[in-house]
Ligand binder design. Structure first.
Ligand SMILES: [Zn+2]
Length: 141
């Protein structure tokens, strides 16, 4: 990656602004977490406190995003495939903890994480943690 005159260059991707790259990356992660891999909804874009329309237009102009009803379809597959592979691995390790009925606590600085599935079990910021019965954190509340 290089950064000249505010544009980032990644192998296999057109040059893009830092804002467009961040939006592309975060939106892809969110699309996988929502169970709609590769689809960036207008609701998601509207939920971001920063201005996103310029970056979205940049991504559309670059051919990475295509307008669809209610959002954008992402045309770039390498990052999406990496995220999906990571998600499948996470799902497999999460199943180990659920079936075992407990996590495997491991100290990591101020945090305690599960050595098997990697979910936080104690964290200083008060955000959701995995359940004592091996369930993953509930991020929906
Ligand atoms: Zn676990």
């Amino acid at each position: 990656m290089s950064d000249d005159e505010g544009f980032l260059r990644f192998e296999g991707l057109p040059p893009m602004s830092r804002q467009a790259f961040q939006l592309h990356s975060f939106a892809l992660v969110d699309s996988v977490q929502r169970g709609t891999p590769g689809f960036v909804s207008d609701d998601y874009l509207g939920s971001i406190p920063a201005e996103t329309s310029v970056a979205a237009i940049e991504l559309e102009t670059a051919g990475l995003w295509t307008r669809r009803d209610g959002g954008y379809f992402v045309n770039e597959s390498s990052m999406l495939n990496a995220l999906l592979t990571f998600r499948e691995e996470q799902d497999a390790t999460a199943a180990v903890c659920r079936e075992r009925g407990h996590h495997d606590p491991m100290e990591d600085g101020d945090w305690t994480i599960c050595a098997t599935c990697g979910v936080p079990l104690e964290r200083p910021d008060g955000k959701p943690v995995g359940g004592a019965d091996g369930t993953p954190p509930n991020y929906d509340d």
